[in-house]
Design a protein around this ligand. Structure first.
Ligand code: FUL
Length: 745
């Protein structure tokens, strides 16, 4: 038995190596699994699937922009009906170059415009419909958004792509399948012939007609054929064969993301075995793309075909895909955008970030500011690879592929372990102890995706300690961890589908952030707050009024004594630069509340941790889902606070939220009463709402100053508007009332 094993192993290895050599010569972005293939053959076949040249070029763009702009921008809606009057489309200050500047400055490499969304309104003067810019007052019907954008992109060296919605709620032929397919191809042809190079065609899967609506059978194959004929380098994304939707619109990709996935295309097996054509163009029909895992071992073992089908993560910088002034306060923060970047680009996916221009036809200031902040944090973090000058040792390598390749900046080389190795080790020796908290790895995709699990270890003088670990790497893997100080680290590749390769190894340090201690809360008379950074030679600048810290702000020199409510924002300054990541904490001066009771309980969906959230000193943000708000559907809020004993009261404050897009409205009126015994109440004031119900998202405090009032109990009664107003999408339905925080000073 033993002997058999000893003999069999090298023989098996040789067979596998021979097989690997045959497979690796195949340059296909798909491979057929034969019924008798063993698990190791299947793994090797998976590792041999390569991106097509257009997929490879697309992947290296990393970060690209989406712009949802069109009739919906002017109608203030997300999905138009197709009956909108073209006269509504009228940008007052359309500026394609401004879009391109903003997108380029943010580090994005392509712009994809919604040339036609579901409402059918075309942003170019299509010859096949009257529902377009040609019928709008903008530039007297002579304007062409697609034209101006494609020119501006070309001028600035940015790639250009188009979103053309197959679902068209305006086009009368929609539902008459062959006729509409012809119409759709005609429009596609216009876009693909009149606007220079098109790098990506984005087909969306939405079809909201419902069971009783028009049933249109899309002739996808004919669309793909036309694209390949007219723009052979264009990527066909989402409802297309080159790139798949990551499966969520949150901006967060999978921890384990394989670009090689099985059987996601119907009829692929038969198409592949019967021809040498570009198999992914045949019989395409995506299946469930929302699963947690699409391509790991258990998923590929029973596949008929494996293909290169990488993920694209689309997400909007705002809650909506289109611009709504109401959402100007809800733009994702720089830190959130960085988190999204690390969880998409950093998880083997491409990030497609939507920045919807406003009614002027320009990207709004709030979005520009968020993008700038994000770019600064990314630049400050990834400026210097701390392993760039390290000595790299590998468990093995191959001629022409030394370990040192992984830190070479502008070389095409990559490291590859010895033929047949399925695990490997890279040791990185830096000239001195360095502090790092980010790891960046890249596989060499020209030879496929192979690594299945890895870990980073650091040498603490006596032991190797695990710093972080992961599964897939692919195009890029970015991992964040608490700062580590060491001069020796090693990357242990525990498992790989074929000989491990690596094109990039990078260690980075994110700019220092400030910790605020305590992290916020309420206090009665005064409180002390301490600020610190993990880097000793960084200084700290801060503000107390919620404004952005600058070099002109207060410089931290010791504990801050607060005697008034404050919103602290702080940033570290390091190497002469102010770090873009801002820390913040809220401190509220108010009496300690012994007990708070609500006359009517909150709606179960928005009851947070319970009524005590209303007096925890932490204010609800502009995000109604932040678990700090308490929500009431159709009901009023009546809250009674027991201060424990009689206090001299100067003011009573209650905060409310308005976000009418989510059916949340400010109360019309809030009444404030006090009592000595919790039984007999005296009203001490009332505040009416002065803001319009159409007003954008706001948090509003209803403040009631009082004089010569001494009491133990305080009551706040806020009136829900009852039902959504007649002009609102939810007209006549129950309205929400959201409250947080209640403070008595
Ligand atoms: C979805 C569409 O319905 C949205 O409006 C948006 O265009 C998004 C990117 O795709 O399916």
């Amino acid at each position: 038995m033993k002997l058999h094993c000893l003999i069999a192993r090298p023989v098996q290895l040789m067979i596998l190596i021979a097989l690997a050599a045959t497979i690796s010569r195949s340059q296909n972005n798909f491979i057929v699994i034969s019924p008798g293939d063993s698990p190791s053959t299947i793994l090797m076949k998976a590792a041999a699937v390569r991106p097509s040249p257009r997929q490879l070029a697309w992947q290296s763009l990393e970060f690209i922009a989406f712009a949802h702009f069109g009739m919906n921008t002017y109608m203030d809606q997300e999905w138009g009906k197709g009956t909108e009057d073209p006269a509504m489309f009228n940008p007052t200050d359309f500026d394609a170059r401004q879009w391109v500047r903003v997108i380029k400055d943010a580090g994005m490499k392509m712009l994809i415009i919604t040339a036609k969304h579901h409402d059918g309104f075309c942003l170019w003067p299509s010859n096949y419909t009257t529902h377009s810019v040609a019928r709008s007052p903008w530039k007297n019907g002579k304007g062409d958004v697609v034209g101006e954008l494609s020119n501006a992109c070309r001028e600035a060296g940015l790639k250009f792509g188009v979103y053309l919605s197959p679902w068209d709620r305006h086009e009368p032929t929609y539902g008459d399948s062959p006729v509409y397919n012809r119409h759709f191809r005609n429009q596609l042809r216009e876009l693909l012939t009149n606007y220079g190079d098109i790098a990506e065609v984005w087909f969306d899967g939405a079809n909201g007609e419902g069971p009783n609506g028009k049933k249109q059978i899309y002739d996808w194959q004919s669309y793909y054929k036309l694209i390949r004929e007219l723009q052979p380098n264009a990527i066909i994304a989402v409802m297309g064969p080159d790139v798949r939707w990551v499966g969520t619109e949150s901006g967060y990709g999978r921890e384990t993301e394989w670009s090689v996935v099985p059987d996601i295309v119907q009829n692929l097996g038969s198409t592949a075995s019967g021809s040498q054509q570009d198999v992914v163009d045949g019989g395409f029909a995506p299946r469930d793309l929302m699963m947690d895992d699409l391509g790991s071992r258990p998923k590929i073992m029973h596949a008929r075909t494996l293909l290169w089908y990488p993920a694209e993560t689309d997400v909007s910088i705002r809650p909506g895909w289109f611009y709504h002034a109401e959402q100007d306060n809800l733009v994702k923060s720089p830190a959130k955008l960085v988190d999204i970047y690390c969880s998409s680009v950093g998880r083997n996916s491409l990030l497609l970030l939507n920045i919807p221009p406003d009614k002027r036809g320009k990207i709004s200031d709030s979005d520009i500011e968020a993008l700038r902040g994000m770019r600064t944090i990314l630049d400050q973090t990834f400026k210097t690879n701390l392993a760039a000058d390290a000595t790299i040792l590998a468990s093995s390598d191959q001629p022409g592929h030394p370990a040192a390749s992984v830190t070479e900046k502008s070389s095409n080389r990559y490291w590859i372990a010895a033929e047949g190795a399925l695990s490997a080790l890279l040791e990185v020796r830096m000239p001195e102890v360095r502090i790092f908290d980010r790891l960046v790895l890249q596989e060499e995709l020209r030879v496929g995706q192979r690594i299945e699990s890895f870990r980073l270890e650091s040498w603490d003088g006596t032991h190797w300690k695990t710093v972080t670990h992961g599964t897939t790497v692919g195009y890029k893997r970015l991992l964040r961890f608490p700062p580590v100080a060491s001069k020796r680290v090693r990357l242990v590749i525990d498992s790989s589908r074929a000989t491990p390769t690596l094109a990039t190894f990078g260690l980075y340090k994110s700019p220092p952030t400030v910790t605020i201690e305590p992290g916020g809360g309420s206090f009665e008379t005064s409180t002390q707050v301490q600020l610190a950074t993990e880097t000793r030679d960084a200084s700290i600048y801060y503000t107390l009024d919620g404004s952005q810290p600058t070099f002109q702000s207060l410089r931290y020199s010791g504990p801050i004594e607060l005697t008034r409510s404050a919103q602290i924002k702080a940033a570290a300054s390091y190497n002469g630069e102010l770090c873009a990541e801002i820390s913040e904490a809220q401190f509220t001066k108010c009496f300690k509340v012994q007990k708070l009771s609500l006359e009517k309980q909150a709606n179960v969906k928005y009851s947070a941790i319970g009524p005590s959230i209303l007096i925890d000193g932490q204010r609800g943000s502009l995000d109604f889902q932040d678990k700090k708000w308490i929500g009431f559907l159709g009901d009023d809020v009546v809250a009674v606070l027991d201060l424990g004993f009689a206090r001299d009261i100067h003011s009573i404050i209650a905060g409310f939220l308005q976000q009418q897009g989510s059916w949340i409205f400010l109360p019309d009126e809030v009444q404030f009463s006090v009592s000595d015994d919790g039984d007999r109440w005296v009203e001490v004031g009332a505040r009416k709402n002065s803001l319009s119900r159409t007003e954008s998202v706001v948090v509003k405090d209803y403040t009631c100053p009082v004089k010569d009032v001494r009491a133990r109990f305080v009551k706040i009664s806020a009136k829900n508007i009852g039902v959504c107003p007649p002009w609102h999408a939810g007209a006549g339905e129950k309205a929400w009332l959201f409250v947080d925080e209640i403070m008595v000073e």
